[in-house]
Structure formats: C-alpha cells, structure tokens
Design a protein around this ligand. Structure first.
Ligand code: CUA
Length: 316
C-alpha cells in the first residue's frame, strides 16, 4: 500500500485483509478524533483568549444538543467496531469443517510439527496454498504462543491442553513464525519459518519423506505395544470402551454428565483415566502419565480418530 513504510506485515492468508481493514478503521477513527480534539484546543485557545487584562469569561450552563451529539456519535462508532470486531473474531475462532490438521508441540525453545502423514519438522512448517490449515497445539513445559504475523494468527500454546488456530494461506513464500509469550532465557530465539507452497509442490514435499509412516499407524503400533488392545477391543468384549467410531461422539459418564470425545478427552483418559469414566465401566485403567510423551499422545489420539473412518472391520 505505502511503499517504503510497511504499515502492516505481508498479507498471506484469507483472514489478513479482514483483520487489516478493521485495524485501519480503528487507526482512521483514532487519528480523526485526535486531530479534531487537538485542532479544537488550539482553535479555541486562540479564539477565546483573554483580550484585555481585566476581562471575565461568560458562564455557560450546559447544552442538551451538544450532550446528546457527543454521546450518540461515539456510541454508534463503538457499536460498529464491536459488531465488525465480533464478526472477524468468530470467523477466526471457528475453523471450517474440512481442515488439514497439523499438530504442534512447543517446548523450550523450539517448535515441533507433526503432519498426519508422519512428517516431522522442527522450526519449519510446510503448508499448501488454498487449503484451511488447523494447528492443534500443546506444550511440553511452559506457556508459549504461536504467532505468524503474515497470517494474522496468534494463540497461546498451553501445557496439558490443546488449543488451536486455523489459517488459509493465499501466497507462496516463507513467513516468520514467532513465540509471542515470554517463556524463558531463549524465548527470543524460539522462531521459525512457515513455508507456503503450491499444492503440487506440497504433494512432492509430502511424499519426500515419511519413513515412519502416518501418525495414526505409529499410534496403532504404540496402542499394541502398550497393550491397550487387550481392554479396548472392537468386539465390545474388552474391559474398556470400544474405541471404533468413538471420536467426535457424545458419551455419557458415570455421573450422568455428557461430553463430546475430543482430543482433550482422549488425552485426559490416557493420563488420568479415572477422571471421567464412561458409564458402564470400572475405573481400572492404569495411568500412562510419564510413560508416553506429548508426541506419542498425539499418535494415539490420531489412531483413535482414524478408528472412526473404518468402523469395526475387525474379525469378531
Ligand atoms: Cu516459547 Cu516464548
């Protein structure tokens, strides 16, 4: 826009234009009123200056018209900002239904990315253009914050929880990734690059290397290694709930509460199995706290998710 003076970072996502338009509006409103008030101060100071050493000002006793005007106009302007801001906020906080999901594990002081196909990256993230991408994020230690200015996304990354942000890149290129929450000595070095590629290039990149197979298949192996499959059996004969088709469903807990099976619930059920027991089951599952890493938790979650795609093709 203004060459030479970058008012905004590069716009490289579908949301960037909307965020900037709102921001520009706020700047225009602020500049207009600052100039108006400063101008009036100077104007009135000159116009109503004391002209004779013994002159006395005239008393003014209110003006209803003035009171109403300077109440209603700011109210209208702030309501515009409120409605506009809320609509941008909702668009940013609700990802589209079909997203490309990528897991993020932050730790002092690096960003670890896991693609569903099995690729792992550190401080570099490859994404395709033109598809909504959802980052599902957690931290191994303290609070970090995922910030990509060019996409206008920023969200805290918390230990023990999953948070997410989504964006749809619109422009190929390399963009800065920052940690935007002070997280210790080398916080300022916790930076990376987001590489936005054309879909075909991205496919080539994806097929370039996934020696360990998909995240879900790594999860399947871990599921067997940890002997989860002795209790969670597809034939409903095990001592634990059937996991096939479970993800995304609503389950009833022992205390009658209902909840939707999401990443956070699967995670909690692995680390603190007795916290929320599904109705009809006993609290007999041992905890896996300390036995599985954040990355392995993601593999198990992805495996549980994958079980809904092919419900019960197992033998009976
Ligand atoms: Cu991580 Cu600052």
């Amino acid at each position: 826009m203004w060459t030479g003076i970058p008012l905004f970072p590069e716009r490289a996502s579908t949301m960037a234009g909307r965020v900037d338009a709102l921001y520009l509006f706020l700047i225009v409103v602020a500049v207009f009123f600052s100039a108006l008030i400063a101008g009036l101060i100077v104007y009135f100071a000159i116009k109503y200056r004391r002209r004779a050493p013994d002159s006395i000002g005239t008393g003014i006793h209110g003006s209803m018209l003035l009171e109403i005007t300077w109440s209603v106009i700011p109210l209208l302007i702030t309501m515009v900002i409120f409605v506009w801001g809320a609509s941008v906020f909702f668009a940013m906080s609700r990802p589209p239904d079909e997203t490309l999901n990528i897991y993020v594990v932050a730790k002092q002081w690096m960003w670890k990315f896991q693609h569903l196909d099995g690729q792992r990256e550190i401080n570099e993230l490859h994404v395709p253009i033109g598809r909504p991408v959802k980052m599902i994020m957690t931290s191994e230690d303290v609070i970090h914050d995922f910030f990509v200015p060019a996409f206008r996304v920023k969200a805290d990354v918390l230990p023990g929880r999953y948070t997410s942000v989504w964006f749809q890149p619109t422009k190929p290129g390399r963009y800065h990734l920052f940690c935007a929450e002070y997280c210790g000595t080398r916080h300022s070095g916790m930076v990376g690059q987001v590489v936005v590629m054309d879909p075909s290039e991205y496919q080539t990149w994806l097929s370039g290397g996934a020696p360990e197979g998909s995240l879900a298949s790594a999860g399947a192996k871990l599921f067997a290694d940890l002997a989860c499959n002795t209790c969670h059996r597809p034939d409903a004969q095990g001592r634990g709930p059937v996991l096939e088709g479970l993800f995304g469903k609503t389950v009833t807990l022992q205390n009658g509460e209902m909840l939707v099976v999401d990443e956070a619930y699967v995670r909690e059920s692995i680390l603190m199995p007795s916290a929320k027991i599904a109705s009809g089951f006993q609290p007999i599952m041992p905890t896996f706290q300390g036995l599985v890493t954040e990355e392995q938790l993601l593999e198990l979650i992805e495996y549980v998710k994958s079980l809904q795609a092919l419900p019960q093709v197992q033998t009976r």
